[in-house]
Design a protein. Structure first.
Ligand code: AMP
Ligand code: ZN
Length: 117
């Protein structure tokens, strides 16, 4: 197992196909998949394949990767048809509500009560 994977990490297991996921995008550096317990009509998680615990652990060597993730957020939003109205959330640290210690961007759209026709 490479240094950038953690044997006990659920999201590394999804990257390694040891756990199933409803994938909406995958390339050599990142993967996006539907959240198993959606908190909005559309709820997708975008993660780097590299095991980085949170934004507090990002370093200069991740500059290019982080830029690609930002662009991919936009592309996933377009792919899902929510580009006109979506939220991006990152929880960093357990006290901030982070349950899975592998960096992930929540892409959310269609909150009940906030939708306008
Ligand atoms: P966070 O609280 O920011 O760590 O968010 C973790 C998210 O991962 C939650 O919204 C969970 O519903 C979601 N989640 C946990 N396990 C899985 C899984 N196996 N596949 C997809 N989403 C998951
Ligand atoms: Zn991981």
């Amino acid at each position: 197992m490479s240094q950038s994977k953690r044997a006990d990490c659920i999201f590394c297991k999804i990257v390694d196909k040891q756990m199933p996921a409803k994938v909406v995008h995958e390339d050599d550096r990142m993967i996006a998949f539907h959240d198993i317990q959606p908190k909005a009509k559309t709820h997708v998680l975008l993660i780097p394949k590299k095991h980085i615990e949170s934004l507090a652990d990002v370093s200069k060597e991740d500059v290019e990767l982080m830029g690609e993730l930002m662009i991919k957020i936009k592309e996933v939003a377009i792919e899902l048809g929510v580009e006109k109205s979506f939220n991006v959330v990152v929880n960093n640290g357990s006290l901030a509500g982070q349950i899975i210690p592998h960096l992930h961007f929540h892409i959310l759209s269609g909150w009940s009560g906030r939708e306008k026709v």
